[in-house]
Every structure is written in C-alpha cells, then in structure tokens.
Design a protein around this ligand. Structure first.
Ligand code: PYC
Length: 311
C-alpha cells in the first residue's frame, strides 16, 4: 500500500489537488525535463491522483517539487484527467495557498518554476494571490473555421501558458444552466480546429476553447472554458484570462495596468491586468483559493482501479 499525501483546494470553484508527499522521484533538471520523465515513466501516477475513483474529470493535479534554480521557491507540474498542462493559473493560486497552509511560505513574492517558464506569485496577508504569468501573446486574429451545426465562425489563437481559441459568443449569456450546450458547442469548435489543422505556433495543438459573453453581474466579461479532457473550468481560467488580456492588448481595447474583471460561468471572478514586455504582455491574475481537504490517497496494487479509470 502506497500513501500519497494531498492537499485539495478550490479556486473560484475549480479544484486543485496538490501532491505534497509520495510523488515519484522525477530527478533533477528543468520542469520541462521533469515533465517529460513524468509523462513517459509515471503517467499511471497522474491518473491515480486525478481520475476516478479517487478524483473526477474536473480535478487538476499539481506536484510540488524542489526548484531547478535554488533561488526560486519551488517547481510545479500540472496535470488533468487526460494529460499535462504547461501552466495553470487557478492551480498556481491553489498551490500558493496550500504552501501557506503547510507553513512553507508567508505573505510575499514567491518565484515558481513551471514547464513553460517561471511565474511570480504574490500572497497577501489576507490570502489573495496575484500570479504574474508567463509572457502571453495573440498568435493569429480572426481565424475562420467551419463548425458542425454552427457554420463559419471566427476566433483568435492566443498563448497564455496554454493554447486557446477565443470566440466571442455575444450576445449570448453563458449560463450554468446551459453548461451542456456550451460544452457541446466548444467541443465542436475544437473538432473543427483539428479537422482543419488550425494550430498554435510551432504546430502546437490548441487544446482549450474559450467562449465569451456579457457578464450578468457587472464584470467586464463572462467566459466558458473547455479544458482538454472535456471538463469545463469552474474558475475564469488564469491562463485563459491571460490569453484574453493578450488579445485585448493587441486590439488596443485595454490599457496597461487597467483592471479586467473576468467572470466564469459559475460566477467566480479573477481580476487581470497586463504590462507590455516587447511584443508580448506579462499578465497578472488575482484570485483566491480555499483549502478543503488534507488527506492521504492509498494506492493498493491489488485494486484493479488502483491507477484510476483512464480514457
Ligand atoms: O486556470 O489556467 C487555469 C486553468 C487551466 C486549466 C484549468 N484551469
């Protein structure tokens, strides 16, 4: 029986399960080297932590690791029900909140390494976390694709630590009551991108679809984000909000340092802003997480579903 200590939290309704003890030894090196090792040799561990019967499709996992550069506070790898994420904004807010819960960090600025670059997280004494994300940019504007049942639609391709296709769904209001409809719509958009071979820079797969509508509560916008494994993000999605900020900046629709209030389909909110860095933007995303479990997962090799139900 193997014991894995995890601390669960949620950020705006979106769960993060942080593995703090019992993760496989991924050796040393950059987070991207360690991610390759994780993917190649320990993918069953990813599935055991986040998939049913211990987890669920919506669970995002994180492994806390010693940093490659000792000047940074920690390294972190993010994963979900079907694979791995380059960065995760709601997850970083969760990780920082968990590190504080464990007494590993106090309020202040903390540099964390991810496979796609270092991010700086600032924790306030009241528990708010601001993540200065990796440089983000719009790659292509107004890309057309032909979607089953919708016809020709247009969207922007942008990087915010993951690849996004951003579609304006105005004037539709994205209501939680219609979540199956929006899941289905976003899934068909993703299928169309695959069918038409529409990709991010360097042929990267666009695995997140982000729809935008008006906010019913006075935020600047409400979004719906379909994640790679068909779960939708309950939070406004930190990397998705970063991609949105990059598009707003590129269109001259939001000034540097101005606050963008991004609401999710469940009504939770992140505040975003950006600074130009060359031809990219450095997004800052603010939100908060709550710790809701401190537990041990038990991995029993006699259990036929010890390594989770995989898709
Ligand atoms: O907050 O960046 C994010 C995120 C990505 C996938 C789920 N949440």
């Amino acid at each position: 029986m193997t014991r894995v200590r995890v601390i669960d939290s949620h950020t705006g309704g979106e769960p993060t399960r942080v593995v703090v003890e019992g993760a496989p030894d991924l050796g040393r090196g950059t987070m991207s080297d360690r991610l390759n090792r994780f993917r190649e040799d320990y993918d069953h561990f990813r599935s055991a932590v986040v998939n049913e019967p211990r987890g669920s499709d919506v669970m995002v996992g994180a492994v806390l690791l010693p940093p490659d550069n000792p000047e940074n506070r920690a390294g972190v790898l993010y994963f979900n029900n079907v694979g791995y994420l380059g960065m995760c904004g709601h997850g970083t807010i969760g990780v920082v909140t968990v590190m504080n819960y464990l007494g590993l960090i106090e309020a202040g600025r903390h540099m964390l390494e991810t496979p796609v670059g270092a991010v700086i997280a600032t924790l306030t004494p009241t528990g708010e976390v601001t993540v200065e994300n990796v440089p983000s940019y719009r790659y292509r504007k107004g890309v057309e694709c032909n979607v089953d049942g919708l016809g020709l639609i247009r969207g922007d391709i942008a990087w915010g630590g993951n690849w996004f296709f951003l579609v304006d769904a105005q004037p539709e209001i994205l209501r939680i009551e219609d979540v199956e409809h929006w899941t289905n719509t976003a899934a068909r958009i993703r299928e169309a991108l695959h069918r038409e071979n529409i990709r991010g820079e360097n042929n990267a797969e666009i695995d997140h679809i982000e729809l935008f509508g008006p906010s019913p509560t006075g935020a600047d916008s409400r979004n719906f984000v379909l994640c790679p494994g068909m779960a939708y993000d309950r939070s406004p999605c930190g990397t998705g909000t970063s991609a949105k900020l990059a598009c707003l900046a590129a269109d001259g629709k939001l000034a540097e340092d101005a606050i963008w209030r991004q609401e999710s389909i469940v009504g939770s909110e992140f505040q975003g802003s950006y600074r130009w860095e060359g031809d990219r933007v450095r997004p800052s995303i603010t939100g908060r997480a709550y710790v809701n479990a401190d537990a041990s997962l038990l991995l029993d090799s006699r259990d036929p579903f010890c390594w989770g139900i995989r898709r």
